[in-house]
Design a protein around this ligand. Sequence first.
Ligand SMILES: Cc1cc2nc3c(=O)[nH]c(=O)nc-3n(C[C@H](O)[C@H](O)[C@H](O)COP(=O)(O)OP(=O)(O)OC[C@H]3O[C@@H](n4cnc5c(N)ncnc54)[C@H](O)[C@@H]3O)c2cc1C
Length: 414
Amino acid sequence: MIAVIGGGPAGLMAAISAASIYRGRVTVWEKMPQVGRKLLITGKGRCNLTNTADIERFVANFPGNGKFLYRCLRDFSSQDLCRWLAGQGVGTKVERGGRVFPVSDRAADVVRALVNGCRQQGVTIRTGCRVIRLLISDQRLTGLQLASGEEVAAAAAVVATGGASYPATGSTGDGYRLLAGVGHSVTEPRPALAPLVVAEPWVADLEGLSLRNVAVSLWQGTAELAGLFGEMVFTANGVSGPVILTMSRLAGQAAERGGQPVRLLINLKPALSPETLDLRLQRDFDRFGRRQFKNALSQLLPRKLIPVAVMLSGIDPDKPASQISRSERQRLQELLCRLTLTVTGVAGLEQAIVTAGGVSVKEVDPRTMGSKKIAGLYIAGELLDIDGNTGGFNLQAAFSTGWLAGRSAAAGLV
Ligand SMILES: Cc1cc2nc3c(=O)[nH]c(=O)nc-3n(C[C@H](O)[C@H](O)[C@H](O)COP(=O)(O)OP(=O)(O)OC[C@H]3O[C@@H](n4cnc5c(N)ncnc54)[C@H](O)[C@@H]3O)c2cc1C
């Protein structure tokens, strides 16, 4: 038997590719009641499954050990993935930044395709079965032990138990322990692509507010570390959303370095020059001249943001809009172009989209995903010490490493 441990995208794809060439039994062991729990919530339930970037750009989008992925991306590329999904009746579409989604916008369709693929190849899926130990004899894999105590013989195994983020989906870092137990080195797991925690208490009033088309820049002291345009969302104690997640690695490193404060500057009106924005404010305040200042911003800002903007502007909320002075207007304009947040840290692993760190890629052969320490053992997916940017890169890495690991496990036995 080839045992695949973990029924996420990496494990399910490994099982499919193994079973397509192996004549014996392939079994997926999944500890949760269903496979693909994390996959179901990817891309806010829409599943940004890959990206149209070419291999060079793909690798460049993995600040953590991207080069390790060259081979598997060549062997099972984003086009291969889309072709395979099309064969399962799941059409794909491309959105901004080369992000690829199922046409249906339903992650559940991707999970269904993988489960169908397993079924078609005769793969057995055993849910509710947690693997707690790899059985090894003479540096060769011989089987695995389940939490029930049962021992199962296996000629090869693919470990694809995921990282340690969003543990409610089943990814609780078991694979780190399984592999450390057989001599693999594990770089300490830490959050990557995670929300940022900020010092300003007023963000709590904005929790859930999503801002589209904003320009966000990250600063430490007078040095600009990054600048991005797009969407962000406020959380109970900070900020999240695509732009923030992409910056989170740099922001976290800067906050850890200490020294100068780390700040986010949000330009709420990036399409308007300061002069145009000032004219716009003048126009609104003329038009709503009799209204109190606090009621004169409804054309300019989302409702939830108005009380915070009024408070931060320091302008008397009850003042008639027509009486707002030039310098007050100037202050408001500054605020709208440079809403400032002080970053105090990165949210924990439980809120991170991806785990950085993991099983050292130095001990895994990138041509096969085979362990360099234990014969018959293969490793795939987020469990490895690789982590990519947002944009579909992480899922493609899971699919590509999974596909290659499954194929190599089978090739080693036929
Ligand atoms: C909210 C959220 C949104 C995301 N959106 C995107 C996106 O749009 N695009 C993108 O590219 N990436 C996205 N990601 C990241 C992506 O989901 C992961 O990188 C990917 O799922 C990793 O796949 P994997 O197969 O390695 O691990 P996982 O998907 O974590 O699967 C591992 C599986 O192993 C099982 N398991 C664990 N331990 C054991 C054990 N001891 N025995 C048996 N089974 C076990 C788990 O239950 C789980 O089913 C998102 C992540 C999150 C949290």
